[in-house]
Ligand binder design. Structure first.
Ligand SMILES: *Cc1c(COP(=O)(O)O)cnc(C)c1O
Length: 219
């Protein structure tokens, strides 16, 4: 199947209101352009340098999402153009995004990443850290970032019950955050292996790479 066929097949499965982020990390510009020509405009990358190079060379109506773990010293390279930062898991990182956004007179939309998986290898906040962050005066004072929702990754397992439970847990946190903050509308959960479950549990944004572009080669 071609990239265009894969995209079409996935899109027919997505309910209205669920945004598809085509995860193009490690993939060349030609692959991205194939998806672009099929109408895809939202792409996700996990390395700032790679995303910046792609942004410089590819059409300017592409929305670039940073989905990976982000280091503070890299924020400045993408502050001019990034559309959504998915993986924010500390106040210090949020402060840096705010500072760099200010230099470009922008308000950068961000998602806070929650730790929902059993594995302790995955990044993210727990519920008390989330509360501490959103209730801090520092957070409330920032004008150049806007937290628009949450992101999470389920445990990498074939146990669907486990994955569903983790997504359902994130949805509960999302719903309660909605009561606390205005502008909360994005729940980023679901990848190639688990997006169907994620959508059933309330995802509004799925991040799909290998099911569109084929497997990645990290050599
Ligand atoms: C790579 C990646 C994805 C996409 O993974 P696939 O299994 O290829 O769909 C989604 N989210 C994050 C955070 C990623 O790093």
């Amino acid at each position: 199947m071609s990239i265009q066929d894969n995209l079409k097949a996935i899109k027919t499965e997505l309910p209205e209101g669920v945004t598809l982020v085509a995860v193009s990390k490690t993939k060349p510009n030609e692959a991205i352009m194939e998806a672009y020509e099929a109408g895809q405009r939202v792409f996700g990358e996990n390395k700032v340098q790679e995303m910046t190079q792609k942004w410089e060379t590819l059409p300017k109506d592409i929305e670039w999402h940073m989905i990976g773990h982000l280091q503070r010293n890299k924020v400045k390279y993408m502050a001019e153009f990034v559309s959504l930062v998915h993986g924010v898991d500390s106040l210090r990182l949020l402060q840096e995004i705010n500072k760099q956004a200010q230099k470009h007179n922008r308000v950068i939309p961000c998602l806070l990443q929650m730790h929902i998986a059993e594995e302790d290898t995955k990044f993210g906040l727990d519920e008390s850290e989330l509360q501490e962050l959103v209730q801090s005066e520092t957070f409330k004072a920032m004008e150049n970032i806007k937290v628009v929702g949450l992101m999470g990754m389920a445990t990498y397992t074939s146990d669907k019950t486990q994955v569903r439970k983790e997504f359902a847990h994130l949805k509960v946190i999302f719903d309660s955050l909605k009561q606390e903050l205005s502008d909360i509308s994005v729940l980023s959960m679901g990848m190639s292996g688990d997006y169907t479950l994620a959508i059933e549990e309330g995802s509004t944004m799925v991040r799909i790479g290998s099911s569109i572009f084929g497997s990645r080669n990290y050599s």
